[in-house]
Design a protein around this ligand. Structure first.
Ligand code: NAP
Length: 271
């Protein structure tokens, strides 16, 4: 990866997180060039020391890898006018845009990796699922993985359709946990705790539970059983969740997220 020259099209939040990660990992900032129309975005990137430009073709020219980090709605327009070379590896983080659409806007043999990160990537604590089309070489896969690994853990899916399920689980996932946190804070306040106390108790509990589950010593099911002694307070709470069908509700919420991801893929793929 160290010898590759990388262009980013779009220098927003996600691009900045990846670029900071690359530079912090020791990459020479001068091997990275970013194009973004907004001077304020370019100023923030200039502070990291990478090269910036308002001209997409200037960024793309001479790059081995082009990271597509614009919003999905504008990706089609960007690629239809950009001078992409068929040898360049395209790594798209645009949610929902199919690799076939990206190939259609560029060249029939264009190597394309699609990446689905999530917002904790902004803190280096993301999880990114990657998918490579048939034209991507092993080296290309490694390059894409190395770029996204600066934002947290990575894994590969073997079928592109699975990215819709990935979107439902991890892409949209942080919001489900935020929702649960909101509900727990409100309940704590309802039981007489002050807002600060309810917030600290909730957030530290979420953090601790995530750390325990992430150890992988036991699956979540066992961890839950271990803290739910019969007749106790936790069992009492969980009996309400079960009786009200919370598990089924979560399943249906994720089904709806996946269906929405499929709808968006159809919409963006045609633009
Ligand atoms: N943020 C996340 O957690 C997250 C998670 C998963 C996937 N993603 C995906 O990552 C992509 C980027 O998200 P983001 O949060 O980084 O968005 P963002 O902050 O809005 O960044 C996009 C940047 O691209 C610029 N841009 C727009 N049109 C351009 C053009 N024609 N040429 C070059 N640059 C252009 C935008 O400038 P303007 O402001 O002028 O439009 C903006 O600075 C999206 O496709 C999103 O779906 C993000």
């Amino acid at each position: 990866l160290s010898n590759e020259s990388i262009a980013f099209i779009g220098g927003g939040n996600m691009a900045r997180a990846l670029i900071s990660g690359l530079v912090n990992a020791g990459r020479d900032p001068l091997t990275v060039v970013v194009s973004d129309p907004l001077p304020e975005q370019r100023d923030l990137l200039d502070e990291i020391g990478v090269r910036t430009t308002a001209d997409n073709d200037e960024a793309i020219s001479g790059a081995n890898v082009v990271v597509l980090a614009v919003k999905p709605q504008v990706l089609g327009d960007v690629l239809k006018t950009a001078r992409v070379n068929p040898d360049q590896l395209l790594v798209s983080i645009a949610a929902g845009v199919p690799s076939s659409a990206i190939v259609g806007w560029t060249h029939p043999d264009q190597p394309v990796v699609r990446a689905m990160p999530n917002t904790p990537a902004l803190l280096g604590a993301g999880i990114t699922a990657l998918y490579a089309n048939d034209t991507v070489s092993d080296t290309g896969r490694q390059t894409a993985q190395d770029i996204l690994a600066t934002a947290g853990r990575t894994l590969w899916v073997d079928e592109e359709d699975k990215l819709d399920a990935v979107t439902a689980v991890s892409g949209s996932g942080p919001a489900y946990y935020f929702y649960l946190m909101e509900a727990m804070i409100e309940a704590g306040i309802g039981q007489g705790l002050d807002a600060e106390t309810a917030t600290v108790l909730t957030l530290e509990t979420a953090y601790g539970a995530a750390l325990m589950a992430r150890e992988r010593t036991h699956p979540p099911q066992t961890l839950r059983a271990n803290v739910s002694s019969p007749g106790g307070t936790t069992a009492a709470a969980l009996s309400v969740l079960d009786a009200e069908g919370a598990r089924d509700i979560i399943g249906r919420a994720l089904d709806r997220a996946r269906a929405r991801s499929q709808e968006l893929a159809e919409e963006f793929g045609q633009s």
